[in-house]
Design a protein around this ligand. Structure first.
Ligand code: SF4
Ligand code: SF4
Length: 388
């Protein structure tokens, strides 16, 4: 994929051409937030491109509905154009500044390399310091995990890597927020934040021009939305399990591993199951998807993140199932290393689409509320059909 200046310019010019055509045509106005935002613009600026490309959920409805899509001479492919601009927006705003312009996690290689290094970072000190009969022996009872890897080492290394990644994501999103241009003035943030949270939690923009996405052809399907929900809420449940386990350990003094019917195990088991189902389902849909509305070269980044999340969840579930056997030691090292790899790649992998898309949803909600207030009687003229 081109990331030279000329290549970037070509991608932007093609996306602008597509959006200008859409703005004149307006057939897809009701499909998603992209078209609703487009309606309020006469021309599409560079800031608008960054905004609209991250607002697009790539449901592909507008491609299948478009009378100007190939083989028409206009050769219009809006989902593909927006996907290419979206990928460029990650490069433009990734932090630290010295890696800007480079493809953040654009394929398997980066995520696989960092994850392999993370597994080695966790496993090597343990292999060198823990006697083999302990590491490969059967462990049970409170504190069994920490006999192999001390809690301080787990929390210290994982915490430091996670803090770095959250800082990088925060600064990247702040740069992206500025890159979308000035936010609408005089709009209350909290109600807009509530709207954006609702849009994100329901994946409303995956509805497209019917009931769901067009993964393979003109038929609508809710499969992508369901698998995405399974993955998202699976990650949330695993996070909740970690928080509860931390409270158990450090407030109540109850050390892991916990019984099967305890809250951390139930939350983690459900969350891990959701992540396995979600990642496997999304990967399968990607494999079967019609390649025409997809941007070439981006599937690797998607699959790298899905593959890593699948391994994180599967290793966690395997650890849960086999924790009282001799496999517990190797599984614990593998799971901790994979989680560390995930944390380390957060700001440089496809994961970045989540905070960027949320920022775009928030900006869209602010615009929507700003225009709504303008269209109220006595507040001047504005589009009256903006909502929805
Ligand atoms: S995608 Fe095609 S049909 Fe839809 S608004 Fe754009 S030009 Fe019109
Ligand atoms: S979200 Fe769907 S309908 Fe909207 S621009 Fe993207 S692909 Fe087209």
């Amino acid at each position: 994929m081109p990331c030279t200046d000329a290549g970037v310019e070509r991608i932007a010019a093609e996306a602008r051409r597509a959006l200008d055509l859409c703005n004149a045509c307006r057939f897809c106005d009701g499909y998603c937030a992209v078209f609703r935002v487009l309606r309020s613009r006469r021309t599409v600026s560079a800031a608008d491109l960054a905004f609209l490309s991250n607002l697009c959920h790539n449901c592909r409805s507008c491609y299948h509905a478009c009378q100007y899509a190939p083989p028409h001479a206009f050769d219009l492919n809006l989902p593909k154009s927006l996907a290419l601009v979206r990928q460029q927006s990650y490069r433009d705003h990734v932090w630290p500044v010295c890696v800007r312009g480079r493809p953040p996690g654009s394929g398997w290689g980066f995520v696989a390399g960092v994850t392999a290094a993370s597994v080695a970072l966790v496993a090597l000190p343990v292999l060198l310091s823990v006697p083999p009969e302990l590491l490969f022996g059967r462990q049970a009872g409170p504190g069994a995990f920490y006999r192999l890897v001390p809690w301080g080492a787990i929390a210290g290394v994982a915490g430091a890597v996670l803090l770095w990644s959250l800082l990088a994501i925060g600064l990247g999103v702040a740069s992206f927020w500025r890159g979308m241009g000035p936010a609408p003035a005089g709009v209350a943030l909290l109600p807009a934040l509530r709207d954006a949270l609702s849009d994100a939690a329901s994946l409303r923009n995956l509805g497209g021009g019917g009931a769901g996405c067009n993964d393979r052809d003109e038929r609508f399907s809710q499969a992508r939305r369901r698998f995405h929900h399974a993955l998202f809420y699976g990650v949330m449940l695993c996070f909740a399990a970690t928080v509860v386990a931390t409270v158990y350990d450090h407030v109540l003094g109850w050390q892991a591993p916990y019984p099967l019917l305890s809250l951390p195990v139930l939350l983690g088991g459900l969350g891990g199951g959701g992540m396995v189902v979600g990642t496997a389902g999304l990967a399968l849909l990607k494999r079967r998807a019609d390649p025409a509305p997809l941007a070439p070269g981006l599937t690797g980044a998607d699959c790298a993140l899905l593959g890593l999340l699948f391994l994180v969840a599967a290793s966690g579930l395997a650890l849960l199932a086999l924790r009282e056997t001799a496999a517990m030691g190797p599984l614990l090292l593998a799971h901790l290393g994979l989680v560390l790899g995930w944390f380390a790649t957060l700001p440089y992998s496809k994961f970045l689409h989540a905070p960027f898309r949320f920022a775009a949803l928030l900006r869209a909600a602010m615009e929507r509320r700003g225009l709504d207030s303008l269209s109220r009687p006595g507040r001047g003229r504005g589009p009256t059909e903006w909502g929805g």
